[in-house]
Design a protein around this ligand. Structure first.
Ligand code: GLN
Length: 539
């Protein structure tokens, strides 16, 4: 019998449901169960692809080309297993599917209602994932906060699944927040009680409460939550704010959450989860690191770190592997463009420069100037997707003397369209879900820096873009010292460019950050960080 764990949140958003769900998944997986995660997002976008990363955080891309919520990145990194499009669902998709069926006449004669049609569609998707994945445990995180209007069909679908599979086979974990009142110096449990009451109004009592808090929670408060929320005392688990998300699995394991869930769901007994790699990582971070690597990320979204979450995590992992603390600075590309001396000083203080993915015109010139600075001063440069296109444009402008070289995304009528729209994108008018997405093979050039770093001839990486390096300029740029180090052979797409006479100047059209893992840093990030480290030592 398959087991379902639903993860919900009360009181407010951003409590870390994704990290909690991923940690629970990790613990159960390490015990020996086959686990599959899923995130249901209650918003009405079909996917986050059309949302600004500054509002919603990065768009995570799966191997099979779904544009998904960033929590899927947490799942992949914690569980160290790729997720598929079945692991992501939005209410936008649910309504779209139902309305499509209505138009094709599948419901002829019926009026379409939230219950049962919308809830049935949610359940169909959850059950499909359960059967396709052949998992023992399906962990379903429900985005948003209990009580949100748009999330209500998800909560109702969850109640129905719990009823259908039986309460022995499904349980609900709820994250809540205990606010601290500075004036009376106490934590308050009332918001948790209210949130649980809201959930019980939907017919579900949580089985386990993760009480998020920035301060130690006294025993009597935990007992109070247990008693007022109808949850066994041992299942009220403090979830303190920790200095690293990678400390969460061990902290939860120390509270025995895996055993509580195992017993609650009647899962066959298994051994203790081994978290050796995670605890080792923590120990190294805490004790052994001396010094920092300062990486400047030249970006246009500077208000929310989550806008580049996977790049941050991949950088951190590479720094940890190199035995150094990461020191990631966001450099505002628009300020570079306007010549801000402070921003240029910040850029110059960096050991390495990374330009991540991006869209649109804003801040492009600042990024090109940063690439020029990196190239002419031998500062390690790593360009990802847009950052790779920037590398090629800068090289064309300043090494090959192609004045005004640009991407046609930025300047339609440039005389040197070094980066141009992909052929099969020319006729695409619709914005949502229409880019080149997902994993493609890339052949590496023997002897290139990338081939050495990967130690492989063919790699598979994930993409999300419409524009590409323009093959018309390939010969000329190669002659001037740009190596085409990786290509997608089937369509002759340039995937990796390298500046030859430079300690490290690499751009990749794909997003290597999505496949980096906390204790298995990605080869390109490792190469970039170790080059930055060397550069920092020389400075
Ligand atoms: N805007 C560029 C393109 O569509 C780069 C995309 C990206 O960085 N993900 O090709």
């Amino acid at each position: 019998m398959k087991k379902y764990i639903f993860v919900t949140g009360g009181v407010c958003s951003s409590l870390g449901k994704g990290i909690a769900a991923a940690s629970i998944g990790l613990l159960l997986k390490r015990m020996g169960y086959k686990v599959v995660p899923m995130k249901i997002d209650p918003y009405l976008n079909v996917d986050p692809g059309t949302m600004s990363p500054e509002r919603h955080g990065e768009v995570f891309v799966t191997d099979d080309g779904s544009e998904a919520d960033l929590d899927l990145g947490h799942y992949e990194r914690f569980l160290d297993q790729p997720v598929s499009k079945l692991s992501t669902m939005t209410m936008g998709q649910v309504y779209r599917n139902v309305l499509k069926l209505e138009r094709t006449g599948s419901y002829l004669g019926r009026d379409i209602q939230i219950i049962p049609h919308i809830t049935d569609e949610i359940k169909r998707h959850v059950y499909e994932l359960a059967s396709e994945s052949k998992a023992d445990v399906i962990i379903v995180e429900i985005g948003g906060t209990v009580g949100d209007i748009e999330g209500q069909p998800c909560i109702e679908a969850m109640r129905q699944i719990m009823h259908e599979v039986g309460r022995d086979n499904a349980c609900c974990v709820m994250l809540t927040l205990l606010p601290y009142l500075q004036s009376s110096k106490e934590l308050k449990t009332k918001p948790t009680q209210m949130a649980v009451r809201e959930l019980t109004r939907s017919g579900i009592n949580p089985d386990l409460i993760l009480a998020r808090s920035d301060y130690p929670i006294p025993q009597d408060q935990l007992e109070k939550i247990s008693s007022f929320c109808n949850v066994p005392r041992e299942a009220v688990i403090p979830a303190y704010t920790l200095d690293s998300i990678y400390a969460v699995p061990s902290a939860l394991a120390a509270s025995n959450i895996h055993q509580i869930l195992q017993q609650r769901l009647g899962l066959p007994p298994k051994g203790k989860p081994s978290l050796k790699d995670f605890t080792q990582l923590r120990r190294i971070i805490d004790d052994a690191f001396v010094g920092k690597v300062r990486i400047g990320m030249v970006t246009k979204y500077n208000e929310l770190d989550d806008a580049y979450l996977s790049v941050h995590e991949a950088l951190k992992s590479a720094c940890y592997a190199a035995g150094k603390h990461p020191d990631i600075l966001h450099i505002n590309s628009e300020l570079l463009e306007s010549g801000s001396p402070e921003e240029w000083d910040r850029l110059k203080s960096c050991d390495g420069i990374l330009v991540p993915g991006g869209f649109g015109k804003r801040g492009i010139e600042g990024k090109i100037q940063a690439a020029e600075y990196a190239r002419t001063n031998n500062v390690p440069y790593f360009g990802i997707c847009l950052g790779s296109q920037i590398l090629a444009i800068e090289f064309a402008r300043n090494v090959c003397d192609m004045k005004g070289a640009n991407s046609t995304e930025v300047s339609m009528h440039t005389s040197y369209p070094i980066v141009d729209i992909m052929d099969d994108q020319r006729t695409v008018k619709k914005k949502g879900g229409t880019m080149r997405k997902g994993s493609y093979p890339c052949h590496l050039k023997t002897g290139s820096r990338s081939a050495k770093l990967y130690g492989q001839k063919v790699i598979h990486e994930r993409h999300r873009h419409r524009f590409e390096f323009n093959n018309l300029y390939r010969k000329e740029l190669e002659k001037a010292g740009l190596t085409i180090a990786g290509t997608y052979k089937e369509q002759n797409i340039v995937e990796i460019v390298e500046v030859e006479k430079h300690p490290f100047m690499i751009g990749c059209q794909f997003h290597p950050e999505f496949t980096s893992r906390p204790t298995k840093a990605h080869p390109l990030f490792l190469g970039f960080v170790s080059a930055s480290l060397k550069h920092g030592e020389k400075k």
